[in-house]
Design a protein around this ligand. Structure first.
Ligand code: MSP
Length: 536
């Protein structure tokens, strides 16, 4: 296997009850930025995403469309894969839980669970929320009814939709046996759950006591059969969580080496609504079958939109009718602007209100007026004053102190610290500091005036080289956010070979610019948005 350290990163696998929306795309993009950053930082990355195809919710969606569940899933798959392609998502694998590899792995899991002694047969009598594919006990429902004043309506404590009464034979996973082990895990690995405040939430949930979990269903059949009892199909989450291990070879003897290299995952990225599945049930399942635990789970918040009537921020969702389709944002900002806005203007652990006004503001201020403008002014000046080329680089130039050189010093280290903890806004600020400084430097050094005096040619070359070099470094640092723009900027500088580096620290050392090579001026990277278009 490769000499580079492995970095295995995952998104949740998405239910195929409806087309992907902005929230789904947001989580996938968050993971993509991290995957791209880690590749550049020298890791051997595996980036996994996919679709969660079993369960009642998907079976219902299929029935509503007059299709078999499999036909329905097959018809939805391209909506996901095409959107990921359009949004420049660089996943290395796309898993579907109806694939034979998952079928095999889940059945293998059942056998291991049976051997572990943490599985028993019983009967489930309680409540079930189909949209959330989650069980709720009588107590949980009653408590929530009391809090919300919804007596007798049997609504989901989480999403508020009507619950289904389920009474059926079921296999149970002895989750209750893992309380102490889980608390020990949280104590020993305080960064297992990120951001920090989510850890407190998970810990107090577990400290409050755990119920055994019903992990098979007998009242419908859209799922993976339990190998030793084929009346039962696997509970959709018991199936879905295993996808992470399946994708790197779990249960496949011919991929044992790969599994040993890739597992455990370094990072599971999930929304805050599914944190308990990932931070409680999943580690307990892995403990039961004796497999290593993932290193980190990062829970992001929801994208919200302001309700114009109440003024309140609400979770964006299809059922509320406030969902924005990814295509609408692409049409407005382009893919690069879309990625930049959602990745750098949203604080990822928290809920974030998004608006078209803010999108336009950020796009115009950061991309059109600052980054795009810097690139076009600098390339134009280089071409104009140096015969269509970059200036020759004088001997020892890289070692000379200078304003921009000073700001670029150590920039990659500061940026990396932010990227590693998914503080993408912080990472962007580090890069924008250099972009802004470079734009000010143009005003302060007034190259157009220097160019008038042939005796100041060396000074002019120094100014332009400093600007080009700053652009080169910023292009590298912006790559995870705006991959095509960075590739294009490096191409215009005659450095296309540099675009996919696996040594970001090396690439950001001052002095990498090539002298005397033709520059391509090209079209504006980020034409200014006009307000009317955005308002529409
Ligand atoms: N299938 C399960 C995950 C199984 S992982 C082993 C599932 N699917 S989902 O399609 O309902 O949601 C997938 C992810 O999308 C969740 O992490 C959820 O938080 C995220 N989002 C859905 N709406 C969202 C927003 N409005 N904002 C941000 N993310 C949200 O759960």
């Amino acid at each position: 296997m490769a000499e580079k350290p492995s970095y295995f990163i995952t998104t949740p696998i998405y239910y195929v009850n409806a087309a992907p929306h902005l929230g789904t795309a947001y989580c996938t993009m968050l993971a993509d930025v991290q995957a791209r950053y880690r590749r550049a930082a020298g890791y051997d990355v595996k980036f996994l995403t996919g679709m969660d195809e079993h369960g009642e919710k998907v079976a219902e969606a299929a029935a509503n469309h007059g299709m078999t569940p499999q036909e329905w899933c097959d018809s939805q798959a391209p909506l996901f894969t095409n959107l990921w392609k359009e949004l420049e998502i660089s996943n290395d694998d796309f898993i579907r839980t109806t694939e034979p590899r998952q079928q095999h792995a889940v059945q293998y899991l059942w056998e291991r669970m049976r051997e572990s002694g943490y599985l028993y047969k019983g009967s489930y009598d309680g409540w079930y929320c189909v949209p959330e594919e989650t069980y709720f006990t009588e107590n949980q429902v009653r408590k929530s009814d009391e809090e919300k004043g919804t007596h007798g309506q049997h609504l989901c404590p989480d999403c508020g939709r009507p619950l289904e009464r389920v009474q059926e034979e079921s296999y149970f996973f002895k989750l209750s046996a893992f309380q102490d082990k889980l608390l020990k895990l949280y104590d020993e690995h305080p960064d297992f759950v990120q951001p920090d405040f989510r850890m407190n939430e998970v810990r107090s949930f577990v400290a409050g006591g755990l119920q055994d979990l019903s992990v098979s269903r007998t009242s419908f059949d859209w799922g993976i059969k339990v190998p030793f009892d084929d009346k039962h199909v696997t509970y959709v989450w018991f199936d879905a969580l295993l996808n992470y291990a399946t994708a790197v070879g779990y249960s496949d003897p011919s991929r044992a080496e790969e599994f040993a290299y890739r597992w455990p995952a370094q990072l599971h990225l999930v929304g805050k609504d599914i944190i308990r599945f990932h931070c409680v049930i999943w580690p307990a399942m892995l403990m039961a079958i004796g497999e290593a635990l993932p290193e980190h789970v990062f829970a992001h918040g929801f994208l919200t939109v302001r309700n114009p009537e109440t003024g309140q921020a609400e979770k964006m969702s299809k059922s509320r009718g406030n969902a924005i389709a990814p295509q609408d944002v692409v049409d407005l900002l382009g893919v690069e602007g879309y990625r930049y806005y959602f990745m750098t203007d949203v604080i990822h652990g928290e809920d974030s209100a998004i608006s078209y006004e803010r999108m336009e503001q950020v796009y115009n201020a950061d991309l059109a007026n600052s980054w795009g403008n810097l690139v076009s002014r600098t390339l134009n000046m280089s071409a104009k004053y140096f015969d269509g080329k970059t200036p020759e680089v004088p001997e020892g130039w890289a070692g000379k102190p200078g304003t921009l050189h000073g700001i670029a010093e150590g920039i990659e280290g500061r940026y990396a610290k932010c990227m590693e903890r998914l503080d993408y806004a912080g990472a962007k600020d580090v890069v924008m500091e250099l972009v802004h400084a470079a734009n000010h430097f143009i005003e302060d050094s007034a190259p157009w005036a220097v160019a008038k005096d042939p005796a100041r040619k060396d000074e002019l070359a120094d100014i332009i080289l400093s600007l080009l070099e700053s652009i080169r470094i910023c292009a590298h640092l912006f790559e995870p956010f705006m991959p095509s723009t960075s590739t294009e900027v490096l191409r215009r500088l005659g450095l296309e070979d540099e675009a996919s580096t696996d040594d970001l620290a090396g690439a950001c050392v001052w002095g990498g610019i090539h002298g005397g090579v033709p520059v391509a001026k090209g079209e504006a990277l980020f034409p200014r948005l006009n307000t009317k278009k955005a308002a529409k």
